[in-house]
Design a protein. Structure first.
Length: 266
């Protein structure tokens, strides 16, 4: 379930810094253009971004038996007893549930509340904010297909993100130039892991769903809801200001919200 950076023409003045961090069951990649910021400060900002990612993994992992989220799911602690990030994330989950018309609903997951469909985007956005606040001129943070960008990789070059073909991951089906965030979800890498909250069973109404918008955590959650609900969920994204979506159906056809700009992959 990936969105990938689309290479732009080389820039002789480009001093991009690239790093990758294994965390949250994926690899988070960083592509930075420091601008005038001294490299020592860039690396300090990268270190802070990594800390934030691993903190999110420690708090929200449902695979770690002793994480606060696992303990909450088992009823061993209350939300009030947990770290403050838990309340923040679950409030965002409530917002995403309303925005998606209920197609994204962590409380419908088997075994107890599971904010996984929002957390990766939330954590990537926090990592990007750490870089931006430190003074990095431009950056892309890619958390397994949940991408936040800011600034520009070149004076006349926006960030360009390719949406992978779910049936042939060596190709892309569309290119977007997001102002801030794009998230892609699907079952073609991890298998069925999205639940239909209305039927209470695994669902893959579409092969993949991509959402662009001003908040990566909400785009991430909406993309998850679109995989569960397909066209029924797309109607809810259509009504949201600032968010656009692309669906790839199992037969290879596509559907989009009215404002989604479907560009050529070339």
């Amino acid at each position: 379930m990936n969105s990938v950076a689309v290479p732009s023409r080389p820039d002789p003045a480009d001093e991009a810094i690239r790093r990758a961090e294994p965390v949250m069951g994926t690899v988070v990649s960083f592509h930075l253009h420091p601008g005038p910021l001294p490299h020592r400060q860039v690396y300090m900002a990268l270190a802070e971004a990594r800390v934030l990612l691993h903190r999110a993994d420690a708090v929200f992992s449902t695979w770690k038996d002793h994480s606060p989220t696992s303990r909450l799911r088992r009823g061993e602690m209350t939300l009030a007893d947990g770290p403050p990030e838990m309340a923040v994330v679950l409030r965002r989950c409530e917002e995403a549930r309303e925005m998606s018309g209920g197609w994204f609903d962590p409380w419908a997951a088997p075994g107890g509340v599971d904010p996984t469909g929002l957390v990766k985007g939330w954590a990537a956005a926090r990592a990007a904010a750490a870089l931006r606040d430190a003074g990095v001129a431009a950056a892309m943070v890619n958390a397994g297909g949940d991408i936040e960008v800011f600034g520009r990789p070149g004076p006349d070059r926006p960030w360009r993100i390719g949406i992978q073909n779910p049936f042939d991951r060596s190709t892309i089906v569309a290119v977007v130039e997001p102002e801030l965030a794009v998230a892609t979800s699907g079952c073609y890498e991890r298998g069925p892991h999205v639940y239909d909250p209305f039927r209470g069973e695994p669902a893959a109404a579409v092969a993949s769903a991509s959402v662009t918008g001003p908040a990566l955590d909400l785009a991430d959650a909406l993309a998850t809801g679109l995989v569960a609900g397909g066209l029924a969920a797309l109607a809810h994204v259509e009504a949201l200001a600032g968010y656009e979506a692309l669906l790839i159906h199992h037969d290879g056809s596509s559907a989009t919200t009215t404002g989604f700009v479907l560009a050529s992959a070339t």
